[in-house]
Design a protein around this ligand. Sequence first.
Ligand code: NAD
Ligand code: ZN
Length: 247
Amino acid sequence: MNTLKKAIDLIKESRLMLAFTGAGISVESGIPPFRGPEGIWNKYDPIVLDLSYFYAKPQKSWKAIKEIFYSFFDEAKPNPAHHKLAWLEQQHILHSIITQNIDNLHQKAGSKNVIEFHGHTRTLTCIKCKQQYPSEVVKRSKVPVCQNCGSVLKPDFIFFGEAIPEPAGSRAFDLAARADLILVIGTTGEVMPAGQIPYIVKRNGGNIIEINTEKSAFTHQLDTCFLQGKASDIMIQIASGLSNPLS
Ligand code: NAD
Ligand code: ZN
């Protein structure tokens, strides 16, 4: 049996299916991933997203954060992979998406049950008085500051050294323990603790379908049903296989 057919059969048989997405699903929407030849870390030092560096040098951090996360996120549009996941939810085939991404593209595509494991870019919070602001304030100054207390504002996505936001973390781990299938799309699995999620599914007897242009740590360690290719191409093939009663 070919791998696509096996994946479609696993989806048809599943009772609680999750998707677990990483930066790779948004590459075709024009957002670069962190790693790899076109990755963000080839241009910037990851220290700009280190929490203690941000507190010590907010000007330097903010300059890079704006270029990386706010310059193109507004214009980025969901691609067919995001749209097909939204369709799977509408068909009651997909329960929830757990995403490591902070780009809002699953919601833009129409997905409702999205767990943002690393937070998001829609709002910012004052590091001192915790007043929250919409992302529009980013455009108004070089370093966004709080109107109440003058302290620097931090985006509501997590930096290195920060805890996973709640209740997103607990919900994700709880669902992973109950799922019988997880669709892992465009992630290296190197970022922890997010990378544990497919292992939890496996440990509880679930199956793993992996969609990636390259093999990852999951491919061998979890013996995934590996579909090599671009997220949009593969998701289009999966959706058409599910729509076709003969497949
Ligand atoms: P990563 O950058 O470590 O890896 C990206 C993965 O996507 C790789 O395995 C690569 O082979 C694969 N890939 C690249 N193009 C693809 C395509 N067209 N189709 C399918 N797969 C493709 O990403 P990660 O594992 O998500 O970890 C990086 C961290 O960076 C995450 O925590 C995430 O929060 C953050 N991040 C988010 C965004 C975003 O919100 N869009 C962008 C960059 C980084
Ligand atoms: Zn404040």
